[in-house]
Design a protein around this ligand. Sequence first.
Ligand code: CP3
Length: 360
Amino acid sequence: MSAATPVLQNDLLLRALAREPVPRTPVWMMRQAGRYLPEYRATRERAGSFMDLCRSSELACEVTMQPLARYPLDAAILFSDILTIPDAMGLGLHFVEGEGPKFERPVRDSSAIRALRPPDIARDLGYVTDAVRVIRRELQGRVPLIGFTGSPWTLATYMIEGGSSRDFARAKALVYDDPAAAHHLLDMVATAVTQYLNAQIEAGAQAVQIFDTWGGALSTPAYQAFSLHYMTRVIEGLIREHDQRRVPVTVFTKGGGQWLELMADSGCDALGLDWTTELGDARARVGHRVALQGNLDPAVLNAGPAAIRSEVERVLASFGSGAGHIFNLGHGITPGVPPEHAGAMIEAVHELSPQWHESS
Ligand code: CP3
């Protein structure tokens, strides 16, 4: 290790991802930097727009650090978005207040798909790797930095639908009407995703997560062919060791509880679980092969601290004793959550988890 690379002061996350013993369960939150924090809203205001915030490495670093200043979290997650890749492919991303992401030029048919060109990661997404480097410098080895991407399927849904969707009518119609066009799109996006994650790893991301937010909307065979197949290909292409450390990969398919065995075959190190799957059941099924991350229902954070604490206790007990659990929410924290409630969750993990790690 070079003198410029400070040792990691808190490596609980990486140890738990490797299913090595830890004195307590590490904890971080999906979307931990975000609108529920007043300091995030202030920085976003200064940036002008969400994408301007992502494109400024200094401001992206500032908001990445905000939840770490408030809470004793065990990881930082790069502040960016999954939709940076389709934006870099020329689809024209913007965010409409209250409506979420929109693309000016969605890819609706096979001719639009065949006209697509892959992004040049270094040229078009250099702002993301710049942010990774700035954040690593600022972290000074305090906790590991998680990099991320959307899954090829999840990115394709936004590219085809032109934004968020309830039923994925267009994306699914494409899959069934013109599977060759769908595969062509997913293949190009999977290559971009692989290069993008590798660029984040080379810039300093110490673990990576693939957000397959909409994989759970598919039938089992369609999930295997159009989502899992491409995530497996991405994982096969990743740099798995950097700076003399393994770079663990977490796959999070929301709604994927019935496919855990298949997901564990993807070559990943950990599975993210939403709150509809019990951790104890998941552990019995795949816990001898992968670590498990999750899975407190984010809506619990709208309840009071006493209820939060008892749900944290229940989640910890569901996983049970021993290594291989990373505490998290089952999906991203929502904007209306009082910041003290997130604090109560994290404090409860610190207080209640050591008893599950006492060596027998
Ligand atoms: O977790 C973190 O703190 C890192 C940052 C992060 C963001 N988006 C910031 C963000 C991460 C990991 C994401 C991932 C992401 N983005 C996903 C997958 C994870 C998931 O939640 O399932 C998806 C589907 C997106 C696409 C996206 N970006 C949507 C649908 C929206 C609108 C959400 C909304 O509530 O309006 C975004 C914008 C976005 N990405 C915000 C943040 C903090 C809110 C932007 C703002 O208004 O400031």
